[in-house]
Write a protein that binds this ligand. Sequence first.
Ligand code: NAP
Length: 360
Amino acid sequence: MKQFRAGIIGATGMVGQRFATLLKDHPWFQVTALAASGRSAGKTYEEAVGSRWAMQEPIPESMKQMIMLDASQDIEKMKELVDFVFCAVDMPKDQIKALEEAYAKAEIPVVSNNSAHRGTADVPMIVPELNAEHTEIIPAQRKRLGTKRGFIAVKSNCSLQSYVPALHPIKDLYGLNQVLVCTYQAISGAGKTFATWPEMVDNLIPYIGGEEEKSEQEPLKLWGKVEGYRIVNADKPQFTAQCLRVPVSDGHTAAVFASFDKKPDLEEIKKVWANFRGPAQELHLPSAPKQFIHYFEENDQPQIKSARELEGGMAISVGRLRPDTQYDLKFVCMSHNTLRGAAGGAVLMAELLAAKGYLD
Ligand SMILES: NC(=O)c1ccc[n+]([C@@H]2O[C@H](COP(=O)([O-])OP(=O)(O)OC[C@H]3O[C@@H](n4cnc5c(N)ncnc54)[C@H](OP(=O)(O)O)[C@@H]3O)[C@@H](O)[C@H]2O)c1
């Protein structure tokens, strides 16, 4: 595979740090530029990230001394240094939209973790195992932007990275029509650690701004279809969600209840999950988990501490599949929110885009 030079915008943040550690030995991508706000610009990466470094492993040696750029002011410099960028920034939505479009218009493809463009009809939102064919919208987006190379592709929200993959291979099998989901989300999802958010020790906050809407709406875009110049969202199933912040460092859990047109066979579902493969596995993308969905028979699994790092944090863990008194079935599932749910999922998406020639 051809080698690509990658930039990280928002490199000092929680997701940006994950990008740095995931990309340090990547077989296809080499990090050649780091950017964040004007507060970080001009400092070395080590100085800029300072005491905020929250990863288990140290700052990659190859990046420590890199001089940070200003994401908004230095687009021309970035253009000389990179073939594409990853973007994960904490800014107002309209500013993120404008920033990502500015990079795309400068012919720098943007692989984004931000939510700003998830609702844009010609911006693909991709989980490579589920809807890799949504890359087909990219030529239409390039036409709108007036670009040859530049485009934006986004990752979906971290909350749904466990339950949508689990529902995906059974949705057409039995005709999925209703889903109720409660998510229990880690503090790293807010860019925090227990050191920076001590109020979360022995606590639970029953509200995460904007998260319930994303958890209900984004699955319908993932299951939508490319039609002409836009992605048309699926019109079912109906989702209802409640999202809670829990005192966990990394790993989002979801409790799911689902109803179908046809009566589901629970043993058959376990086999479908065990055999489920998507384009990420078929194309042997470097970050793809070999086994995407791991089912646990034990009643007390999957637990965050033992399951979140499965297959480099890129696998989905599912357990407790059983009948329900009001819905057809219920189960619990879990995924690592800053790996599969953020930086790891974005790296996997970039690998898909590279394998399909969109980063050439
Ligand atoms: N954490 C997760 O699990 C997760 C999952 C999925 C998606 N996301 C999304 O990823 C994005 C980043 O999240 P995070 O948790 O990494 O946030 P974070 O830890 O708060 O980091 C924010 C980053 O944004 C940069 N930034 C702030 N203002 C900027 C500006 N005006 N121009 C350029 N860069 C600026 C910061 O740079 P400075 O250091 O220079 O201030 C920092 O690098 C958010 O949109 C979030 O919704 C997060």
